[in-house]
Design a protein around this ligand. Structure first.
Ligand SMILES: [Zn+2]
Ligand SMILES: [Zn+2]
Length: 773
């Protein structure tokens, strides 16, 4: 491989970190970086990762779980955190924006003093909690697959841990039976989430319940963002089970204080406690509120939306509409199973050996065809579910390192491709040799009981279809997330391009994307835009084809979704409805080849008959209150798209700023006292904006600063106990408060007893009220 600038940067920065921290000596090292999503000199940055791996000389590898790719966007700066363990301490060297001079070298341990924490925060700004939480979770041995999920989500938090606890509880009592869904999009469960609770990202990630596969639907139908519904469909009986779970941050904190006798609650220490619970008794972290059997197809369609044939959605999704669900008279209590799972004790070496054996098996299979597989062959691709699936309850990422040892295949070389799968899935492999457009594939899966490989007659995956055309790294990551390539996913990259070009983010701004016409492309958008259901910056409010149709002079466009560029400082934003009209290619042309040329801005193909059109149907300025209405699905009589059109087009941002203060005061009634006010107050009242300024970073996480005014928050949790359920209708304006970021806030508190940002708890009394069963 040619040493690109990006590759050299990865090496140099690792060498520098090595000098400071002695990483190659200590061996116990973690690297967290935005490389892989952030661009370097207008290019994808996988070569940076390759440089890090080579310079670290085996101390860092994907399989060891000590290289974490923090998911951002191509617009974000290229940052690096190198962390080593020194006794009980954790030391970080943090490099910002590809600078070779570390911005901070010092402790990041959960045991740091307040002064140390403040020094860290002054330098790292909104990156403090992501780095600190990942580092400390790694240090206490959190499973690498959970760490990767957390890097996908943005940090380790209670929602991360509880999300996994919910999955374990689900698999114990309501285990997966069969897959269902449209062709290529089969899943064992559909997930109805409420964005803003970090658990949502866990389901999308660890259950492979992606929105693009129509397996995740969720918008703010209730104020409680820590609640979720799982639908399990029995294809034989044509009935389903609906399991509704939740976790209560407040209750868990009370339990934590009781058990540890801690008077102050620091989120990092609390996380450590919760991680221990996850390993010893996951059920103690969560509650099954309801489990109903007898769910009919009509009821599933009401909740999730319905698409009788691909591309034609005839019923919009109502999401987790508890009023509807609890009023269905046909539902009966489901009978739980009681599966027990044994967690295995395979070592890193054992797991790595499985990868080694799989690769050796492939070598043997190709040799039988007269082909010698050579190490480091860039035409050989390994597609595998390793790193997503577990065997005996254990992460299988180490398998990657075994494959690397034999074949030199690695994600940063685009030759080892981990394909998204649910954690209960099968460990499988496609070895694919590409010669021009010709592909030779050998496939196998790992047989857990015998410890052998079963060779399959057909391929497991279809992602190899795009490999001859050298797709950019970031779209490849999107496709791996989607778990397949298809016509429906291909537009995602072009829509993201349009958004980056036409709606760049300024300082203090973040993206929120809401899907209105849900299909495969949404998984690519989700990945590229760096949005997150868990952080409340992504919703899937699935509308019908009819509702999203926009007739224009140029023909028929689909209003696929809307992007909000939200300014945290002024509490205002710009919303634009995005429309899409597909390209036309000559009959017989290869759609993937043609699309990938478009991704590379190559419009010279003779097969290109008509360019795709990405456009905006409406663009408006909005305030917090209007954002909340949008994220809760509209006003009831108007859906979100209609609501956007109803906002005056001639409004300016300046018009909104005075209005906004009132709006955000109203927002307080929605159950997050202290958050909107706190964040407004904070920003005007001397929030340490300097730290963001020096960091040169566009992202701004309000949660990190809430600790400045936490005193009023305790009261919030008291209110929650007995809220009547009638008050919690879907579409309530006041419900949609989670977008303040408060629900996902990080909190780090010293010396204040029981202080918490307890977002979303108002609704909890209601849901728990019916939880007696
Ligand atoms: Zn979170
Ligand atoms: Zn698809």
């Amino acid at each position: 491989m040619n040493a690109t600038d990006a590759y050299r940067l990865g090496r140099e920065i690792t060498r520098k970190a090595d000098k400071i921290l002695n990483l190659t000596k200590t061996g116990d090292v973690l690297v967290i970086t935005t490389a892989g999503t952030a661009y370097y000199r207008n290019q994808t940055s996988e070569d940076v990762l390759e440089g890090i791996l080579n310079q670290a000389r085996g101390r860092v590898s994907y399989g060891k779980g000590n290289l974490l790719m923090l998911r951002k966007t191509r617009l974000d700066p290229l940052d690096f955190a190198f962390i080593v363990r020194k006794g009980n301490d954790l030391i970080v060297a943090y490099f910002k924006n590809a600078s070779m001079t570390p911005l901070y070298v010092g402790t990041v341990s959960q045991n740091m003093t307040l002064t140390q924490y403040q020094a860290l925060q002054k330098k790292l700004g909104s990156d403090t909690f992501p780095i600190a939480s990942l580092a400390n979770a790694w240090a206490i041995g959190l499973s690498p697959d959970i760490l990767r999920e957390a890097a996908f989500h943005g940090h380790v938090c209670l929602g991360t841990i509880s999300g996994y606890a919910m999955i374990e509880t689900l698999l114990k009592y309501y285990p997966a039976t069969n897959e269902f869904g449209l062709p290529l999009e089969g899943v064992s469960y559909q997930v109805v989430g409420v964005p803003g609770g970090s658990d949502d990202d866990v389901f999308i990630y660890a259950m492979d319940a992606t929105p693009g596969k129509r397996a995740y639907v969720g918008f703010n139908t209730t104020a409680d963002t820590n609640i979720v519904g799982f639908i399990r469909w029995n294809s034989k009986t044509k009935t389903g089970t609906l399991i509704i779970m939740a976790y209560s941050q407040q209750e868990l904190i009370n339990k934590y204080k009781q058990e540890t006798k801690a008077t102050a609650v620091s989120e990092l220490k609390f996380n450590a406690w919760a991680v221990k619970k996850l390993t010893t008794s996951p059920e103690s972290l969560v509650k099954i509120l309801y489990a109903f059997d007898n769910l009919t197809q009509d009821q599933v369609n009401y909740i999730m939306g319905y698409e009788p044939t691909k591309g034609n959605t005839t019923i919009s999704a109502a999401g987790l509409d508890l009023n509807y669900i609890l009023n269905q008279t046909n539902l009966v209590n489901a009978t739980p199973a009681n599966r027990t799972y044994i967690t295995g004790n395979l070592t890193y070496g054992d797991l790595k050996n499985i990868g080694r054996l799989a690769a050796e098996k492939a070598v043997e299979l190709f040799r039988a065809m007269g082909i010698n597989l050579e190490k480091d062959d860039y035409h050989l691709f390994v597609l595998t579910s390793a790193g997503y699936v577990r065997i005996n309850g254990q992460d299988t990422g180490a398998v990657w390192d075994g494959i690397f040892d034999v074949l030199g295949s690695r994600l940063s070389r685009k030759t080892l491709l981990p394909v998204h799968a649910p954690l209960w899935g099968q460990l499988k492999f496609d070895f694919c040799l590409i010669n021009g457009t010709q592909k030779i594939i050998r496939s196998m899966y790992y047989n857990l009981t015998t410890g052998t490989f079963t060779v399959q007659s057909s391929a497991n995956y279809i992602i190899q279809e795009v490999l001859p055309y050298d797709p950019p790294f970031d779209v490849l990551m999107g496709w791996l997330f989607h778990n397949h390539v298809c016509g429906g996913s291909s537009p995602g990259y072009l829509i993201a391009d349009y958004i980056f070009q036409n709606y760049p983010r300024g300082e203090n701004e973040k993206y929120i994307y809401v899907t209105t016409l849900d299909n495969c492309k949404d998984d690519i958008l989700f990945m590229l835009l760096g949005v997150s259901a868990g952080q409340g910056t992504y919703s899937n409010q699935r509308l019908t084809t009819e509702e999203t149709r926009l007739e224009t002079e140029g023909g028929m466009n689909g209003m696929v979704g809307y992007i909000v560029v939200w300014d945290e400082k002024t509490n205002t934003g710009r919303v634009a409805i995005i429309t899409w009209q597909g390209p036309r290619f000559a009959a017989g042309s290869n759609m993937y080849e043609e699309y990938i040329r478009l991704y590379k801005h190559d419009y010279s193909s003779p097969n290109l008959i008509a360019l795709p059109t990405v456009s905006k149907a409406a663009e408006r300025f909005i305030n917090r209150e209007e954002l909340n209405i949008l994220l809760s699905g509209g006003t009831g009589s108007m859906n979100a798209l209609q609501y956007i059109f109803s906002i005056p087009a001639n409004r300016t941002r300046e018009d909104l700023i005075p209005v906004n203060n009132g709006g955000s005061q109203n927002g307080n009634q929605g159950g997050v006292p202290g958050i909107p006010g706190g964040s407004t107050g904070g920003s005007t009242g001397g929030l340490p904006s300097g730290s963001h300024g020096t960091a040169g970073h566009a992202d701004y996480t309000p949660g990190a600063e809430h600790t400045a005014s936490p005193a009023d928050v305790n009261a919030a949790s008291e209110v929650s106990e007995d809220s009547p359920m009638e008050a919690k209708r879907a579409y309530e304006v006041t419900n949609a408060t989670s977008t303040s970021g408060g629900a996902d806030s990080s909190w780090y508190v010293y010396g204040i007893v029981g202080v918490l940002v307890a977002a979303g708890l108002v609704a909890f009394g209601f849901v728990r009220g019916g939880a007696g069963k």
